[in-house]
Design a protein around this ligand. Sequence first.
Ligand code: ACO
Length: 157
Amino acid sequence: MELTLRTYDSSIDPIPYDLLLSADPSKEMVDAYYSRGLCTLAYLGDRLVGEFVLLPTRPATVEIVNIAVDEQSQGQGIGTRLVHQAIHEASRLGAKTIEIGTGNSSVMQLYLYQKCGFRIVGVDVDFFVRHYDEPIEENGIPCRDMIRLAMDLPHRI
Ligand code: ACO
């Protein structure tokens, strides 16, 4: 089945909390950026299977603040498609830089983002300790630091 992408429309679409919270366990953080961001929804037929949220952060800079594919549909290339679409959208919005951040323990995510062309540009030490109430652990690794990645977007697509 073909993947179709469309922009979230607040007049008809419920906020896709299940997906959003699978990428970011803090509803408070999700609510803080969701209303300011641009969300793209991904469907297989009429089934919502993924989303990403782009947030303009600084002049000429946008960040993928949330990206998720539902568990059932992971490992089929949808996440890669969404990252490429986010890069395309950022270029279309006139951004010169696209950023993304993920936990030090998110091994597969770090692999995916670097494979799509992002480079590690910094570490926000203890970000998850400071901003999240509950300890997070993935792959047997405590998630404490946010690894910051970025990509230059030299020209508009
Ligand atoms: N183990 C090992 N490798 C895997 C696995 C797995 N379980 N799943 C996927 N991969 C590999 C794929 O083989 C692929 O590599 P390849 O291109 O070399 O073949 C690569 O990872 C990407 O796979 P996709 O199928 O394109 O990605 P997917 O559709 O699974 O989506 C995503 C990736 C979005 C990270 C998804 O796993 C997900 O939603 N996870 C939960 C939420 C999450 O962590 N979101 C990101 C948080 S950070 C943020 O939101 C800014």
